[in-house]
Design a protein around this ligand. Structure first.
Ligand code: R5P
Length: 293
């Protein structure tokens, strides 16, 4: 029955309090639609505006990478410490408990293995399957300067069009070929192209000289990949510098799952990214957590 009493003039409309109209917590994202923002909110923590993405998608071109031989044993215990998991649909369906409630960023490009020319990728997952898997974003590799540069850019723009149709963010992943110099000039070029062509956010590598200019010239959030395994103090220093110099977090894989103490490492990385712990403090935390085993 309709509640006719409920429409009487007895409500408090708080006429002296303007409605809150707060900006979204990520740069360059205010004009996005609600669903897109909601999904980004499942990747980037609203309190810090940053994310710790755990990247375990390496198998899509590298096979059973060291540390990823058994996702169920090595990675699932780390999930509670990650804001987001970046993986392939094969690993998601086969090995990740569907009770995992944080964001999933789905690897959406692929094709060549490490035995072939890597820039020759295609879109490897449909947007429809991403929606079916309830992902927070789709990730696509972009090879600026690579042999198949245009194809990889086109992969991203097609995915962006599909993502915009359904409110799914697209992460543009800047991939640097062996022959290219990893410096700020290259990273500015690659990240800016991804953003200009519609990537919702961009993944790149940290560069010691000039990373601030890479972050500043990219109008959407940037996260950094970890790259090859480094000693823990160096990896924590890299994460610290990256966020201090404008990154909105990390998408880190090998420096976490190949660490001698992966749980301690991801927790130390979190403390750097979300709480601004300095590298030395984060190393103390890492050692304390490692010795608690
Ligand atoms: C590599 O191609 C994948 O996209 C990884 O997700 C990315 O490189 C981050 O992992 P790592 O920190 O191991 O570099």
């Amino acid at each position: 029955m309709a509640d006719t009493d409920g429409v009487q003039e007895t409500h408090d409309y708080h006429l002296d309090t303007p409605m809150k109209n707060e900006p979204f917590h990520l740069k360059g994202c205010n004009a996005l639609d609600w669903g897109m923002k909601n999904r980004l909110g499942n990747i980037f923590d609203a309190r810090s505006g940053r994310t710790v993405m755990l990247a375990v998608d390496h198998g899509y071109f590298m096979g059973p990478t060291t540390g990823l031989e058994r996702i169920d044993i090595n990675i699932v215990p780390l999930l509670e410490h990650a804001d987001t998991l970046m993986c392939t649909r094969g690993i998601l369906r086969s090995s990740i408990p569907p009770t995992f409630n944080q964001g999933v960023v789905l690897r959406a490009s692929g094709g060549p293995s490490i035995l072939k020319e890597l820039s020759n990728e295609e879109i490897a997952v449909s947007m429809e399957d991403g929606i079916r898997l309830n992902v927070a974003a789709m990730a696509v590799q972009v090879f600026i300067g690579g042999e198949f540069e245009t194809r990889s850019v086109h992969n991203m723009t097609r995915l962006v069009d599909a993502g915009n149709r359904y409110g799914i963010p697209v992460l543009g992943v800047t991939a640097v070929g062996k022959e290219l110099v990893r410096d700020a000039k290259y990273m500015r070029l690659a990240t800016r192209i991804c953003a200009e062509l519609g990537a919702t956010y961009v993944k790149t590598y940290y560069v010691a000289e000039g990373f601030e200019s890479v972050a500043a010239s990219c109008p959407v959030p940037i996260v950094i990949a970890g790259g090859k395994k480094l000693p823990e103090p160096e990896a924590l220093t890299m994460a610290y510098r990256a966020v201090q110099e404008g990154a909105s977090g990390v998408d880190m894989g090998r420096n976490i799952f190949q660490s001698e103490a992966p749980t301690a490492m991801i927790r130390a990385v979190r403390a750097v990214v979300h709480d601004g712990l300095r590298p030395a403090e984060a190393m103390d935390l890492f050692n304390t957590l490692k010795n608690q085993k």
